[in-house]
Design a protein around this ligand. Structure first.
Ligand SMILES: [Zn+2]
Length: 97
């Protein structure tokens, strides 16, 4: 019985030390003076726009191939650069549409 009594004290002390350590870590993390600010390079910040541009170019290439082999009628597809004039989608992306 004495063993279990000591075990309870040891477990209580360990849990209390764990709680104190957690509070110390919480205060350390929430302290605004120690935050690390990482500035991203400009290339990474422009990545979503570049991805949109790449996807649009792939989409236009597919539509131009469809136009060339006759899958769609001329003027039937809104985004086909051969039907509408070159690079309309790219211009829309550059305008932010
Ligand atoms: Zn077309």
């Amino acid at each position: 019985m004495k063993f279990f009594k000591i075990a309870v004290y040891v477990l209580f002390a360990l849990s209390f030390a764990n709680l104190a350590g957690s509070l110390y870590m919480y205060n350390g993390i929430m302290n605004k003076t120690h935050n690390i600010n990482v500035s991203l390079p400009a290339d990474v910040m422009q990545m979503p726009e570049n991805c949109k541009l790449r996807d649009s170019q792939i989409f236009q290439a597919i539509l131009m191939t469809h136009h060339k082999i006759g899958i769609h009628e001329p003027g039937a597809t809104e985004f086909c650069p051969t039907c509408q004039g070159a690079m309309k989608i790219v211009d829309n992306i550059n305008k932010g549409l």
